[in-house]
Design a protein around this ligand. Structure first.
Ligand code: ZN
Length: 459
């Protein structure tokens, strides 16, 4: 009998680049195919050839559409992998906008490096192009919820419930009689419908992003209402940097609900992101995944694309008009940590005016403009110009898409039997070791925090 092994090729010691390889003999399944993002020591790994011969890789399973779980796929296909890539239907739809956008950013990065002469080997090439990303989409193989997929060498794959973003799933893989559950990113259940407990598994490969943190337990709405009221009374506008997929839609539904209840004034909302518009269309296709609250809002008002006083700014001209308007409004635009995108134009315009508020709706990573602003920077550099910060800066951490440690422990508690082992991935060192201690203390299960490239024998 051949060994069943599991190797950690990403999201080990860091929160990006998720890639977990299950092997029996010469048969391999890769769960997630994420891009390394953030610190350079990790990003350079995107450029290294895949550490194993691709000829043994039979299939890939993607837990969800976020690029740190899916964004390496175009590169792997460029290197010669030919699928299939299993994922849920909404994930395939979301990848249809996210991967080409990632290709576009890769092309922009290369062009920027060439312009500045950064590249050692001129000309700098993109990791992959829009065209490569479009090509990768052909290898996606959407499968239904809990639909069993039989792979080579007795591997069986099934996508199970998860509450992270639209279409996100846990991947349950059975091989040689051993059940391995990959959590993907665990969510909080605020947007999707209530789900059943996790399936029984012998091993759990679990994310640990918030292994040492807890989300604010209170209702976000009174705080958000206060910010909107105060800004509108000053005659200012609120700029919310937000990721175009999921976060923007969540904010939009939240604000609509608050307007309905009279908690905030009826001011125009601008969604300034072409990608967010496409994402709304995809969300509306899968409305069965919404919470009761969101379903109710859709029943009352229809698709957000038709809501009065909500403007989806597709063109640059529309975006500029929203920026120039002096009427109090709420502008939601990407990127969420203000590292790029159209939100930079809004920040450059609104930051120097003390009437306005810049509201960050989530965690801001070190080194980003978002982090500098919430830490009280007096000026900020945008498009080569030093912009004075006079606007009010606010941050609400209630909108996270990740379960905190208490929610993760509650999820593990629903397991019907003890796990033979838990592998903690997708967490910075401190978060993963805090979570390791908590699981060992509460359940007495063996826990490991694998290092990059580490390989373990499961059976
Ligand atoms: Zn994610």
């Amino acid at each position: 009998m051949k060994d069943l092994t599991l190797q950690f090729l990403g999201a080990a010691g860091t929160v990006t680049g998720s890639k977990h390889l299950l092997s029996i003999g010469e048969s391999e399944l890769l769960v997630d195919c994420g891009l390394f993002q953030g610190p350079k020591q990790w990003r350079v790994k995107n450029w290294e050839p895949f550490p194993l011969p691709l000829k043994h890789l039979d299939a890939i399973a993607l837990t969800h559409a976020h690029l740190d779980h899916s964004g390496f796929l175009p590169r792997l296909i460029k290197e010669g992998f030919r699928g299939p890539v299993y994922c849920s239907r909404p994930t395939a739809d979301l990848l249809g906008i996210l991967l080409p956008d990632s290709g576009h950013l890769q092309e922009e990065d290369a062009a920027f490096a060439n312009k500045r002469g950064f590249s050692k080997h001129a000309p700098a090439l993109p990791l992959y192009t829009v065209e490569d990303a479009q090509d990768a989409l052909k290898y996606l193989w959407p499968v239904g919820h809990e639909e069993p997929v039989k792979l080579k060498n007795g591997f069986e794959l099934q996508f199970r419930a998860n509450r992270h973003i639209l279409g996100s799933k846990c991947a349950l893989v059975t091989a040689a009689g051993v059940r391995v559950l990959f959590t993907g990113d665990l969510g909080r259940g605020r947007f999707t419908a209530d789900d059943p407990p996790p399936p029984a598994a012998d091993y759990v490969v679990m994310e640990s992003t918030y292994g040492n943190r807890k989300h604010p337990p209170d209702d976000v709405r009174p705080k958000l209402a206060k910010i909107v009221h105060e800004t509108v009374e000053r005659g200012g506008s609120i700029v919310i940097p937000a990721f175009a997929v999921e976060r923007t839609q969540k904010l939009l539904f939240r604000l609509r609900g608050m307007m309905d209840e009279g908690m905030i004034p009826q001011v125009p909302i601008h969604i300034d992101s072409p990608m967010a518009i496409e994402a709304v269309k995809i969300f509306m296709r899968y409305s069965e995944e919404f919470t009761g609250e969101t379903k109710e809002l859709v029943k009352r008002h229809g698709s957000p694309l038709g809501w009065p006083e909500v403007y989806f700014d597709k063109t640059v001209e529309q975006s500029k008009a929203a920026g120039a308007s002096r009427q109090p409004s709420i502008i939601i635009s990407a990127s969420g940590m203000a590292v790029g995108g159209r939100v930079l134009h809004h920040l450059a315009q609104r930051l120097p005016d003390h009437h306005n508020t810049i509201l960050f709706a989530g965690f801001q990573a070190p080194g980003t403009r978002g982090r500098l602003l919430v830490e009280g920077a007096e000026t900020i550099r945008i498009h080569g110009e030093e912009i004075p910060v006079r606007a009010h800066i606010a941050q609400l951490e209630h909108f996270s898409d990740h379960a905190d440690y208490e929610e993760m422990l509650a999820w593990l508690e629903k397991f019907s039997a003890a796990a033979e082992g838990v592998f903690l991935v997708h967490g910075e060192g401190e978060a993963a070791s805090a979570m390791e201690e908590r699981i060992e203390k509460k359940f007495g299960w063996p826990v490991q925090v694998p290092g990059y490239g580490e390989k373990v024998v499961l059976h």
